[in-house]
Design a protein. Structure first.
Length: 318
């Protein structure tokens, strides 16, 4: 067993339409964040499927539950294809499917998020680093093979800038809102589409943040790190972007948005930090994710690869 000091950052995005920022709302979220235990519960699961672990590893993890049961989804990369594995949780936690998503060059399925029955993930060419696809999958039948994406947005052009290493998704004001982090999350791109038209619809880019050029005024520190997962939440009509990565500090960011001439403009401010301790070869650098339900946070971390017996770390509120 190994013990690593790993670091998890939360990006809090507060969205307001011509209204004032709520300090009360911020304090509530930070208080709940501070209640997350930094020592994990440990889950194990078994696997009998063949997986290509060459030149790749797990990238993100999310929990999912519906009438079929409770599951953990994990995206991954290899030298030949990108994939998504599904673990069913219960009396025996076990892998129930390994889904190939795309073939080389789109062999890197990065950090991702599940909202309702939709899984949003960026699948990129991590060799040329000049193209990627932001894909939405319907996971209503979690034990069935994943069908083709119900929506795809193409990103092509400048190397590094056209990647999609991590993706978040939520619903906001009848819109499906997606945020995409490029290489090392240097830039955050925001996309939207009418939520009722998410199937077979192209997402429109509505805003971008260049984390190197934005003002760091009033940030608790000016550091920005390489974040491998970003998750997006609508909490009481305020948007919170939560990111995870192995860095020097655990970081919380606040992004304030306001509607100007029918366009959302995003700003951000770093407001808090926290550090978590991972065990059993799990790591936020390998794969991580977070959920917010019933006013509680739950953080997940996995190891680099799935073995015959593998482990998960779960950090929950006190």
């Amino acid at each position: 067993m190994t013990l690593n000091n790993l670091h998890f950052f939360i990006t809090l995005i507060l969205t307001s339409i011509f209204s004032n920022y709520s300090e009360t709302g911020k304090s509530d979220i930070i208080s709940e964040f501070n209640r997350i235990e930094t020592t994990p519960e440990i889950l194990n699961f078994s696997n009998k499927f063949e997986i290509n672990n060459t030149d790749g590893h797990l990238q993100g993890i999310q929990e999912f539950e519906n009438e079929h049961g409770k599951y953990v989804f994990m995206t991954g990369s290899s030298d030949l294809y990108s994939y998504c594995s599904v673990v069913k949780l219960g009396n025996e936690n076990k892998v129930v499917s390994i889904n190939k998503l795309m073939e080389k060059p789109f062999k890197h399925a990065g950090g991702f998020q599940i909202f309702q029955n939709y899984l949003a993930v960026g699948i990129e060419d991590n060799s040329a680093k000049n193209k990627s696809k932001v894909c939405i999958y319907d996971i209503s039948e979690p034990e069935n093979p994943l069908a083709k994406p119900i929506a795809i947005s193409e990103r092509n052009g400048e190397p590094l800038r056209s990647t999609a290493g991590c993706v978040g998704i939520t619903k906001y004001k009848n819109k499906a809102l997606i945020v995409v982090g490029d290489w090392d999350s240097k830039n955050l791109d925001f996309y939207s589409v009418d939520f009722d038209e998410i199937n077979n619809s192209a997402f429109k880019k509505i805003s971008s943040i260049d984390t190197e050029s934005i003002s760091k005024k009033d940030w608790i520190n000016i550091e920005w790190h390489s974040y491998q997962n970003i998750n997006l939440f609508n909490i009481d009509e305020k948007l919170y972007l939560i990111g995870l990565g192995q860095t020097k500090n655990q970081i919380i960011l606040l992004i304030y948005t306001q509607l100007q001439r029918y366009q959302m403009i995003f700003f951000c401010k770093k407001i808090a930090t926290k550090t978590f301790n991972c065990t059993n070869d799990c790591s936020f650098k390998a794969g991580a994710g977070i959920e917010y339900a019933n006013e509680k946070f739950k953080v997940f971390a996995c190891a680099y690869n799935i073995k015959s017996i593998s482990y998960l770390n779960v950090f929950q509120s006190k």
